[in-house]
Design a protein around this ligand. Structure first.
Ligand code: ADP
Ligand code: MG
Ligand code: ZN
Length: 478
């Protein structure tokens, strides 16, 4: 039997506020263990939490960017569980009244555009980190109380490709609006994946498995593929499907059972009595809305319209805000969007990848890139020399004009000088003329190569082409 895969995602996004959700401890990543803590985030008796308004504003901002409704009255709930990484023995979260509801994100699929519905966004807090050593388990509470939002989709995704398209889009939006670093490697974006299968054509969803805490798109895709296969096999064997929680094991490339429904935790949710309810009026919402920047998909459309680049290139360039801004400035200066896009998506991206850097860390400016394209367009340097200049710009942050001089890359366009090079090359290779006389006219290209090599790529190629053709023609007739 053929099955349709049904996927829903729960995305945990760490907010990049300066201070924690309910106390004034720093949220900075790293730091010596247990140095960013206080009685509140350590859950000491008598300590009382206070709402960080910036967290609420950022949750609203995310909700607006994802087309959600904002709930006018906020209440917080306690999710109770006993585990060493949670010093209070409960997590402050929102169960009954999430801050945002009923939004959507549009993705591109093979069948065209598709809206993925967002069920809700709620505010919660992160837990501490456990460190298992030979001497025993240690706990670092620096991360306890760092604000999170959880974004929950409806089960609208139908393949791993759609899941990745959604996450790519979501990440770009959250980064663009500046609420989170969304770095999966650092754990500021984590995904729980819900997967079930139903017979093709059916509209009744199957029983889902939830795979916890995926920290890369690759892991998510592999987990979808593995689950699809595992569940199809179980269904084919007539197994009774039970709701279960699993985890992805990278080493064995499988999802492994953590617990099934009967073992599910009872979190005994109840209202958080230490925090007051919070009213969000229209004025607050409008104040936040006014801070929303141009969103990545709108920016991509503008790039296609104004700079004439392809939709694909525009999509790639708007994945990261700093890259998009760099392109925007360089393309506006030069008017040649295609050339700027090629440099940024080609050599610049390659160099950034090699050093695991982001566009934010580029040491040269959009004006420098523009100057480089001008140097090439005007024939001062060849395209190949341009690549060398770019590498030096990247590593040394110097101006392209200065580098052309210090690296001795200026293209030779002096015709007399170049003609002497052509003559030298033809003198040394008399067979070229012989072959040409015998009808092998393609030999001209070979001769051009000889001259380019002799001048170490610094000769202006279009002048060399012309000079070689003329000189070969002349000698062949003699
Ligand atoms: P919980 O908090 O227990 O995980 P939720 O109701 O919050 O439960 O649902 C979590 C996620 O599961 C949502 O993203 C939703 O889209 C997804 N989901 C619900 N039913 C299914 C299903 N049958 N197959 C796949 N995903 C599902
Ligand atoms: Mg869940
Ligand atoms: Zn604290």
């Amino acid at each position: 039997m053929n099955y349709t895969t049904v996927i829903g995602l729960e995305c945990h996004v760490e907010l990049s506020t300066k201070t924690k959700a309910y106390c004034s401890c720093s949220t900075e990543f790293g730091g010596l263990p247990n140095t960013h803590v206080c009685p509140v985030c350590l859950g000491l008796p008598g300590a009382l939490p206070v709402i960080n308004k910036e967290v609420v504003s950022r949750a609203i901002k995310a909700g607006l960017a994802l087309n959600c409704n904002i709930t006018p009255y906020q209440r917080y709930d306690r999710k109770n569980y006993f585990y060493p990484d949670t010093p209070k023995n409960y997590q402050i979260t929102q169960q009954a009244l999430p801050i945002c509801t009923d939004g959507w994100v549009e993705i591109d699929t093979q069948q065209g555009k598709k809206k993925i519905r967002i069920e809700r966004i709620h505010m919660e807090e992160d837990a501490g980190k456990q460190l298992h050593t030979k001497a025993g388990t240690l706990v670092d509470y620096n991360r306890a109380g760092v604000p999170l939002i959880e974004i929950v989709t409806r089960p609208d995704l139908r393949s791993k490709e759609e899941a990745t398209a959604f996450m790519t889009k979501l990440r770009a939006i959250l980064q663009a609006i500046g609420v989170s670093d969304v770095r999966m490697e650092e754990g500021s974006l984590r995904v729980d994946l819900n997967v079930s299968l139903m017979p093709e054509g059916s509209e009744t969803f199957g029983v889902r498995a939830e795979i916890k805490n995926l920290n890369s798109f690759k892991a998510m895709e592999k987990a979808v593929a593995y689950e699809t296969q595992r569940q199809a096999q179980a269904l084919a064997q007539g197994e009774e499907m039970l709701e279960q929680t699993r985890r992805w094991d990278e080493a064995c490339g499988q999802t492994l059972l953590m617990r099934s429904k009967e073992m599910a935790n009872d979190y005994r949710y109840f209202p958080e009595g230490d925090l007051v309810g919070l009213a969000i009026d229209d004025e607050w919402i409008e104040r936040v809305r006014a801070t929303l920047p141009e969103l990545p998909h709108d920016q991509a459309e503008r790039f296609v319209r104004d700079y004439g680049i392809s939709a694909y290139d525009a999509m790639v360039l708007t994945q990261e805000r700093a890259m998009a801004q760099f392109f925007d400035e360089a393309a506006a200066l030069s008017g040649d969007g295609k050339a700027c896009a090629n440099w940024l998506m080609g050599d610049v991206s390659r160099l950034l990848n090699e050093e695991a850097k982001t566009a934010q860390e580029l040491t040269f400016t959009p004006k420098d890139l523009y100057d480089l394209t001008v140097l090439i367009a005007e024939g001062t340097i060849s395209n190949a020399a341009g690549k060398k200049v770019l590498e030096a710009m990247f590593h040394e942050g110097k101006k392209p004009q200065a580098l052309v001089e210090s690296l001795g890359l200026a293209q030779v366009s002096d015709e007399d000088e170049l003609l002497r090079e052509v003559q030298k090359a033809l003198d040394a290779n008399p067979k070229v003329i012989e072959d040409y006389r015998n009808g092998k006219t393609k030999i001209v290209g070979f001769a051009v190569g000889l001259v380019m090599k002799a001048t170490k790529g610094k000769a202006n190629p279009s002048i060399i082409n012309r000079l070689v053709s003329e000189e070969v023609e002349k000698r062949a007739r003699q």
